[in-house]
Design a protein around this ligand. Structure first.
Ligand SMILES: C[S@@+](CC[C@H](N)C(=O)[O-])C[C@H]1O[C@@H](n2cnc3c(N)ncnc32)[C@H](O)[C@@H]1O
Ligand SMILES: [Zn+2]
Length: 270
């Protein structure tokens, strides 16, 4: 990608400098050139994506997704033909719900971006009305000031690139973990439970955006089947850092009561 505008066609995308990107049969665009990848399959793996999808489809994050949807819908209210991008969208659970809510309000274009091809592939198989793209959020494939809303749900945030692509009157909406998020799971993993930071830490020290709204969504859930408990574990970063003994202890559980705790924050360009 040289940064020039891409012309998007059914079969793929091309820029004036003849950089061409094919569309996969399932409909997504892969803009990640292999010589720019730092690893062969960057981002979350297919196994993590499958765990994530199975857990999210269990409905446990429904109220959190509703709050995120409300924030995005609120941010585009009154705009004709809004453009919204979900950066680090994974297998697209939040993106698809937000797309459906926006479509019900009028016309909107929704993009789901992730560096994981496995995630985008799953997303594209499930929801055709979103434009799914394999790309990095650090050099996102959007023209300057082209988006009404940039969304980030539990994903890394690149404030400088987000500022580049969002319109001056647009918004950045983030969902980040609150202090009690998945408390009982963390208690099983760490002997002393470190709470997540009290305030949304994402924009610490950032001067490009100012926060204009924040909602904390906090509620109890009960995960009461061993496969869903393992799905939950596998979609967290903890999965890769635990001992065999800890994993066995969690695998033996048949029920886990825990807290979902997240901040849904809206930022405007400063
Ligand atoms: C915790 S998951 C959240 C996925 C999704 N937003 C959700 O809540 O279901 C974080 C996601 O960020 C993606 N990611 C990590 N680094 C990235 C990058 N540089 N560019 C794009 N996506 C990235 C991962 O592949 C993963 O899908
Ligand atoms: Zn180009």
């Amino acid at each position: 990608m040289c940064g020039a505008a891409l012309e998007i066609r059914a079969g793929g995308a091309m820029c004036p400098n003849a950089h061409a990107f094919d569309r996969a049969r399932s409909g997504y665009l892969n803009l990640l050139l292999s010589n720019r990848k730092q690893s062969k399959e960057p981002g979350d793996s297919a196994a993590m994506m499958q765990s994530r999808r199975a857990f999210l489809q269990g409905g446990f994050y429904g109220p959190m997704a509703d709050a995120a949807t409300a924030a995005v819908v609120g941010a585009v209210r009154g705009r004709a033909a809004a453009h919204v991008a979900d950066l680090g969208c994974g297998e697209g659970f939040f993106t698809a719900r937000i797309q459906r809510a926006l479509a019900a309000q009028g016309s909107a274009t929704c993009y789901g971006i992730d560096i994981s091809r496995a995630g985008i592939k799953m997303a594209a198989a499930g929801e055709r009305t979103v434009d799914w793209v394999v790309a990095s959020l650090h050099r996102s494939p959007f023209l300057p000031r082209s988006l009404d809303v940039v969304l980030s749900v539990f994903a890394p945030i690149d404030a400088a690139d987000a500022r580049r692509i969002v319109r001056d009157d647009g918004a950045l909406v983030t969902v980040t973990p609150g202090p009690d998020h998945l408390d009982a799971l963390r208690a099983l993993i760490y002997t002393r439970v470190k709470p997540h930071p009290e305030t949304p830490a994402l924009m610490a020290g950032d001067t490009l955006f100012e926060q204009t709204a924040a909602t904390r969504v906090r509620y109890p859930i009960v995960v009461d089947t061993p496969p869903q408990i393992m799905n939950l574990l596998a979609m967290t970063p903890y999965y890769w850092n635990i001992s065999e003994a800890t994993r066995a202890r969690i695998e033996a559980l048949s029920r886990l009561e825990l807290t979902v705790d997240a901040y849904v924050s809206t930022f405007r360009p400063a």
